[in-house]
Ligand binder design. Structure first.
Ligand code: IPM
Ligand code: MN
Length: 356
């Protein structure tokens, strides 16, 4: 198979982990006889530094003309401490999502058995948890109208959804539920928000086409609680952009670390694959970042965008073998991990590569 992939490392540890993700794609191409060609594109703080624009048109064009994008992270602490900054790295990410029409963000919460003890949740509560989040990605308060009053003392952001936006993400989630345990939880705040009432109404309409799927509605506050109390109750979850952002960070702790979680952002065109973690400036440049989320994002890319199931499984299996061999990065190590098994980004990357 011949495919063209654009690598977009972005900021901070995005630069470090994406190198490993790309090496994994190279290894897969060599092992399975595929031909992958690559290009690189700028986004985020590095793009602002180089061009003044967090997502230059050139980057967007490269992405549009590719078969898939492997993305790292965006962000820089400089902007976090300057709320008045007009140009911000995150604008690049949001623009990429909107321009590429990436309305569905899949965040699988996959728990490797070896990491049961890396979570702060009790192993007996965790074991067997396997959740697939569908976070809507191009609507909600992220893209609604926002403004600040003339005196600067009042501000608003609009939580807004249109029916077609709910319907298309709902269909993706119901379709996925049919291939899994036929259980879907829709998360909203319909006891308070009008946009959530539209959300729920639409979910109920789409549900008519999926009579086999057992549908449950939860308010987001209750869902946040159940996620920690009884994560096994979840199978497929569908929710809006903001609730999904928050719940998936929470759910990352089920997998032990944010450093383990991959995501796929898909829509009608090119798909973008990325770790759910951010740019990690506290550990940038130290060579200790966990590259597994990027590696597992590459696995999702192979599976979802290219339909290469065996190749994708080979990658996941290699990560599993590395964990079984006892190797850990710092974020997933615990008191029982021998010092010589705690590896940096490149070294654990090599362990993964040698097992593909
Ligand atoms: C994510 C991130 C982004 C988001 C930030 C960096 C804008 O937290 O991908 O989850 O809020 O969507
Ligand atoms: Mn987030």
């Amino acid at each position: 198979m011949k495919k063209h992939i654009v690598i977009v490392p972005g900021d901070g540890i995005g630069q470090e982990v994406t190198v490993v993700g790309k090496k994994v794609l190279d290894k897969i191409a060599a092992k399975f006889g595929h031909e992958f060609t690559y290009d690189e594109a700028l986004i985020g703080h590095v793009a602002i530094e180089a061009t003044g624009n967090p997502l230059p048109d050139e980057s967007l064009e490269k992405m549009r003309n590719s078969d898939a994008v492997l993305f790292g992270a965006v962000g820089h602490p400089k902007y976090d401490n300057d709320p008045s900054a007009k140009v911000r790295p995150e604008q690049g990410l949001l623009k990429m999502r909107k321009e590429l029409g990436l309305y569905a963000n899949l965040r699988p919460i996959k728990l490797f058995d070896e990491l049961l003890s890396a979570s702060s949740i009790k192993p007996e509560i965790l074991k067997g948890a396997d959740i697939l989040f569908f976070r809507e990605l191009t609507g909600d308060v992220y893209f609604g109208e926002r403004a600040r009053s003339a005196d600067g003392n009042t501000a608003y952001d609009t939580m807004i959804y249109s029916k077609y936006e709910v319907e298309r993400i709902a269909r993706k989630a119901f379709d996925a539920a049919m291939t899994r345990g036929k259980k879907l939880m829709s998360v909203d705040k319909a006891n308070v928000l009008e946009s959530s009432r539209l959300w729920r109404e639409t979910i109920l309409e789409v549900a008519k086409d999926y009579p086999e799927v057992q549908l449950e509605h939860q308010f987001v506050d209750a869902a946040a609680m159940i996620l920690i109390k009884d994560p096994k109750r979840f199978d497929v979850v569908v929710t809006g952009n903001l609730f999904g952002d928050i719940l998936t960070d929470e759910a990352s702790q089920i997998a032990g670390s944010m450093g383990m979680l991959a995501s796929a952002s898909i829509g009608d065109g090119t798909g973008v694959y990325e770790p759910i973690h951010g740019s990690g400036h506290d550990i940038t440049g130290k060579g200790v970042a966990n590259p597994m989320a990027s590696v597992l994002s590459a696995a999702l890319l192979l599976d979802i965008s290219f339909g290469l199931k065996a190749e994708s499984e080979a990658v996941i299996n290699a990560v599993d073998q590395v964990l079984k061999a006892g190797f850990r990065t710092r974020d997933i190590a615990d008191a029982t991990t021998p010092a010589d098994k705690i590896l940096g980004t490149d070294a654990i990357g090599e362990e993964i590569l040698s097992r593909i």
